[in-house]
Write a protein that binds this ligand. Sequence first.
Ligand code: CA
Length: 237
Amino acid sequence: MTRPHILLVEDETHIAQGLLYNLELEGFQVTHVETGAAALEAFSRRPFDLVVLDLMLPDSHGIDLCHEMRQVAPKLPILMLTALGGEQDRISGLKAGADDYLTKPFSLDELLLRVRGMLRRSAWYQPEYNREEVYSFGGNRIDLKNLQATTAHGEIRLTELEGRMLATFFVNEGETLTRAELLKSAWGMAADTETRTLDNFIVRLRRYFEANPARPQHFLTVRGRGYRFVRQPGRTT
Ligand code: CA
């Protein structure tokens, strides 16, 4: 396997230098840019295996950038770096298609752990999609391979993370999955992602795929335990 190539978008010199040095030490190739314009330019020139994206850039907002990259590369793992306490930023980042985020200041070890985990998952989870590439339920048609869905609310482009969560639900149809199991299967080793992040994702899946998101028929809450996916309501055991 060739060395994974990471695009590092970070304008704070001391953070960028530390990350660059350590990512290269870990054996990654790194392209470092300091602005949104330079990031898009690098992005249009060659494919990357992962993007580490700072939220606040001198010429643009990481969320817009994330959005643009997602349009071009729906499966690309994107790790967003956000400011302390910016919960709204984190939610917006996940909405824009980031797979995970780290809050500044973060430990270098944690960042490397997340990067390795994301790269591993993006390789690991490919075969999962071959089980049933197009999955239908409740009037929705989900193409896991191409990360596209046709729903009552229109056409939706899924993120890699949403694809992994859906694949996990589909494979375990009818079974209760604990929060820990869902976090582990979707986010991998770094199951320390806040449970609220998971709950936000469930809210999103319901908004996409439920006729009435307030009264879900497919993505059910199992009180005190986790969530359960039901393909055909009323025909469950
Ligand atoms: Ca910044």
